[in-house]
Design a protein around this ligand. Sequence first.
Ligand SMILES: Nc1nc2c(ncn2[C@@H]2O[C@H](COP(=O)(O)OP(=O)(O)O)[C@@H](O)[C@H]2O)c(=O)[nH]1
Ligand SMILES: [Mg+2]
Length: 172
Amino acid sequence: METFKLVITGAFNTGKSTFIRSLSDIAVVDTDKATSSPDEQRVKANTTVAMDYGRVALDDYTLRLYGTPGQNRFEFMRDILARNMNGFLVLVDLSQPATIDDAASILAQFRDHGEVPYAVVANKSDLNTVISQADLRQQLDLNPDIHIYLCTATDRNSVREVVRRFLRDARK
Ligand SMILES: Nc1nc2c(ncn2[C@@H]2O[C@H](COP(=O)(O)OP(=O)(O)O)[C@@H](O)[C@H]2O)c(=O)[nH]1
Ligand SMILES: [Mg+2]
């Protein structure tokens, strides 16, 4: 069994905490607090302020899962969580184009932590998408070798499949 530190990041409300809860074998340690601004309260009542932590055995790996906060005011936490990571996933919500702008700056921040495998997860694939994968790739300036995986984070099988593919692709 190989231990793999996987960081799950992305903008506010893209489904990071849900992704980790669906995947984890253990009860997730979360740090959700009541949302503070009216804009955020309209979207959801609670938000991750420090991290989510989970763990899962998948194929040959024991994955340690670290979810970051989405809002930029918690940006310092992303740098802390990124240390010694073995890979990361950036979640976007193709029904909410604004999450893609946030993903671009988060990607830039994470790329500064060295060369580890990463991929983009287009979450909430059960909702109407207003952006194509081709546009997403262009807006995030992704090289052709960076994968985009469609996902529905509320569905455990979907999340497991995404992570399996990521680990397989990361080995190549
Ligand atoms: N329809 C749909 N809703 C989702 C999906 N993933 C997460 N959500 C919902 O999106 C909201 C934000 O999820 P959350 O995990 O808190 O996002 P975070 O801010 O990135 O941690 C919650 O209401 C989730 O139930 C998905 O794949 N499809
Ligand atoms: Mg969260």
